[in-house]
Design a protein around this ligand. Structure first.
Ligand code: NAP
Length: 291
């Protein structure tokens, strides 16, 4: 088993981002800025937001935090987003999800200016991904790509895992992970199979994968019966079992296989925040160019 070390790959990328931020500062006199919004007091969300703010600090990106009460109305959230859309210091706007009332989350995301949508979840940016001919075009357009899937592509490339012509099986079809990673793998010329809870022959399909993306949010349900030797396995799942974090892959069961795999924690998670930093710089550049 070969570990794909998300922390190490992420640290290297963050060092590059820090250099880029300094370059932007010396060339323009401006510092890219990220506005973060947290609604409510959910402990996990507080930890995630805290890590994002800390990562900004370490990369010399300015961050502005806005905390709203758990019972904040949709109109209050929309009005804050609207004011941040016209705030020149905020290049990116991150709304921490899920909201206490998640029924209007997409409406709030839709209110974020697509140019500041550093989570890449606005229909404009999701559409850009879907309409792209290939990966190069997305890079050329400086597209704001959804962070977790973009981080997975970075992990694969940094680990010299070939994507083109490979069979990729994605387990999960959420707007946050499953759909965008499928489109990104497709943009990189993989042959992509999208699986979900109604998929009939999951074991058989998964076993055909050169690249297996496990993003179902089901603790340790992927064991060696789902994986072929030689595969690259990206475990996106973050599950809390008995107070401990685990992924969707049963790590102990697969540890003797000849595979490359991301651990949980320390795999996909750190890359998600790194791509948020990268998107903040992209948003800075895109706004600058359009000014
Ligand atoms: P989600 O919205 O709950 O989606 C889960 C997907 O998995 C759904 O499409 C569901 O199918 C599918 N699924 C559920 N059970 C399945 C099964 N037994 N067989 C096949 N497919 C199944 O979750 P998400 O937001 O995509 O997140 C997935 C996991 O990734 C979670 O553990 C989450 O915490 C983690 N995550 C990690 C990061 C990170 O930074 N590392 C970021 C985001 C998410 P249906 O559509 O048919 O219901």
């Amino acid at each position: 088993m070969k570990i794909i070390d998300g922390r190490q790959i992420s640290d290297a990328k963050r060092a590059q981002i820090k250099e880029l931020t300094a370059k932007i500062k010396s060339e323009t006199g401006k510092t890219p800025g990220l506005a973060t919004i947290l609604v409510g007091e959910d402990p996990a969300s507080k930890v995630y937001i805290g890590s994002k703010i800390k990562a900004c600090e370490n990369a010399a990106i300015k961050s502005f935090h806005f905390a709203l009460a758990a019972n904040a109305s949709k109109d209050e959230i929309l009005s804050l987003i609207k004011s941040l859309n016209s705030n020149a210091e905020a290049d990116g706007i991150l709304l921490q999800l899920p909201l206490p009332d998640n029924s209007f989350a997409q409406e709030c995301i839709n209110a974020i200016s697509p140019l500041k949508d550093v989570d890449g979840l606005h229909p404009f940016n999701a559409g850009l991904l879907n309409l792209s001919k290939n990966w190069d075009e997305l890079i050329e357009k400086n597209a704001l790509l959804s962070c977790t899937p973009a981080g997975i592509i970075h992990l694969l490339k940094a680990s010299s895992i070939a994507i083109e012509g490979k069979t990729a099986v994605v387990i999960g079809r959420s707007n946050l992970v499953g759909k965008p990673i499928s489109m990104m793998l497709l943009a990189n010329n993989a042959t992509v199979i999208m699986a979900h809870s109604k998929t009939k022959n999951l074991k058989e399909l998964s076993k055909s994968a050169d690249i297996l993306i496990a993003a179902a949010g089901k603790p340790r349900f992927i064991n060696k019966e789902y994986i072929k030797n030689g595969a690259a396995v990206i475990d996106v799942g973050i599950n809390r079992v008995g107070g401990k974090l685990c992924g969707d892959v049963d790590f102990d069961d697969v540890k003797d296989m000849d595979i490359s795999i991301t651990p949980v924690p320390g795999g996909v998670g750190p890359m998600t925040i790194t791509m948020l930093l990268e998107n903040t710089l992209k948003a800075f550049k895109n706004r600058d160019r359009s000014a």
